[in-house]
Design a protein around this ligand. Structure first.
Ligand SMILES: *Cc1c(COP(=O)(O)O)cnc(C)c1O
Length: 427
């Protein structure tokens, strides 16, 4: 497609956009009576206008029924999480029994690693990407220490090559082979939060399995952004939050995926709670934990219904849109942002330039562009954008991250980002 850096072109693209009506279904915050240009949907997704109704319904049932709402609410709370399962499973490409919505992301990572990180003999190592999201780094560190192992010996981090920002997949595969029978688990972010790099999870999983290791992924930046096929890729486990691309409220409920092949394995160690216990006998309150087969067996507690209601509101929109359609718009919108940045960078290269560190290949990224600002006072430029109502993400020393979210961002948003960026350079 031949893009143009003009408002008329952006408007025309929006007019032709088959998903344009979905923008209307979200609250876009205002800035000086104009909609803000929101590019941080990878940090906190915007609120669907329907979320309030979904939550209010549960508040009404709570007022009406008290404890009886567990069974008599319109959507009984006792099994509330089940209303979300099929829809969430479609988003990550899983069978329903492989998915459960529960707890928060870091909690889920820990629960899954308790089961799937089982160091034995010389097979004690975890392989992850360098500069993983801090919470994941702490989770891995504490898991390693929990087993009495050492960070120096048992954590293998893969870095980008000298002077590069993205990690070569070949290097990951090579390292997996090299560590070989000392490798217990690979745990990588499916999409890197910093560069926006999408990893080939199928290839990494296959390589991990070939050396007898487990493959798990953190999908915080992938769920609702990438067309995932966790079941087909044979991934062992995964976890994700729902407040980023999945627009399901700040700190909202999170997801767990456990591949079907582990569903019946009752010998996996786990930290258990009553909600993971066999549903038939849960209320007999007897001794002896009997896990539910599949992902539900990793639940600890009864469902936080208000957070789940927010997630359900959003899942219903994803169900209607479909990941395939979303990904089609995602690629166009992200490519337009890439084009705008390159265009401005070229025009103003005497003053400053922008170096995109996100992969240029659409197959290796989702709805994110991260760029380095060279030659200008990067922070001043970022602050100028903020003053103009562009909400982006800043990382020291000179990185701006932008997420053009296909669900509600427009081509016009991208155009205005570029317009203000140019104005900022001229300051
Ligand atoms: C956002 C994010 C988290 C946040 O974890 P919470 O438990 O939801 O606070 C963790 N890991 C990654 C990779 C993230 O992107």
């Amino acid at each position: 497609m031949q893009f143009q850096n003009t408002l008329a072109f952006a408007k025309e693209m929006d007019e032709k956009d088959p998903l344009k009506k979905y923008r209307e279904q979200f609250f876009i915050p205002n800035f000086q009576d104009q909609p803000i240009r929101y590019f941080t949907g990878n940090s906190l997704g915007l609120q669907p206008k329907s979320t309030g109704e979904y939550i209010q319904r549960e508040l009404n049932d709570w007022a009406k029924w008290g404890v009886e709402g567990h069974f008599h609410a319109e959507r009984p709370w006792f099994s509330y999480h089940e209303f979300l399962t099929n829809k969430a499973a479609k988003i990550v490409g899983a069978l329903p029994k492989e998915v459960v919505i529960t707890h928060s992301l870091t909690t889920n990572l820990h629960l899954l690693m308790v089961s799937f990180f089982q160091p034995k003999g010389k097979r004690t190592k975890i392989l992850c990407e360098a500069k993983a999201f801090p919470s994941d780094q702490y989770a891995l560190e504490s898991q390693i220490k929990f087993h009495g192992l050492s960070m120096e010996h048992d954590l293998v981090e893969i870095s980008p090559r000298e002077g590069k920002h993205i990690i070569e997949e070949d290097d990951i595969i090579q390292k997996i082979k090299e560590v070989g029978d000392e490798l217990a688990m690979v745990m990588i972010g499916g999409v890197n939060y910093y560069t926006g790099q999408l990893f080939d999870m199928e290839r990494i999983t296959k390589a991990a399995h070939e050396v007898g290791a487990i493959a798990g992924f953190d999908l915080a930046h992938a769920a609702g952004n990438i067309d995932l096929k966790l079941h087909d890729w044979n991934v062992d486990f995964a976890a994700w939050c729902t407040y980023k691309y999945l627009n399901s409220s700040p700190g909202g409920v999170a997801g767990i995926f456990v591949h079907e092949k582990h569903a019946k394995n009752k010998d996996l160690p786990r930290f258990a709670g009553w909600w993971g216990h066999d549903k038939e006998t849960r209320f007999q309150m007897t001794k002896g934990f009997q896990p539910i087969e599949g992902a539900e067996g990793w639940q600890l507690s009864n469902a936080p219904v208000l957070g789940m209601a927010a997630h359900l509101a959003s899942l219903d929109i994803f169900e209607e849109v479909g990941m395939e359609n979303l990904c089609e718009k995602r690629d166009q919108l992200t490519a337009y942002l890439e084009y705008i940045i390159d265009d401005i960078s070229e025009k103003h290269q005497e003053k400053c330039s922008f170096e995109i560190i996100t992969p240029r290949d659409q197959k290796r990224r989702g709805a994110q562009i991260s760029m380095l600002v060279h030659g200008a006072e990067a922070r001043k430029l970022f602050d100028f954008l903020t003053e103009k109502g562009v909400i982006a993400d800043w990382r020291e020393p000179n990185v701006i991250r932008l997420a053009p979210v296909p669900m509600y961002n427009s081509f016009e948003d991208v155009f205005f980002f570029g317009k203000y960026l140019e104005e900022g350079i001229g300051q």
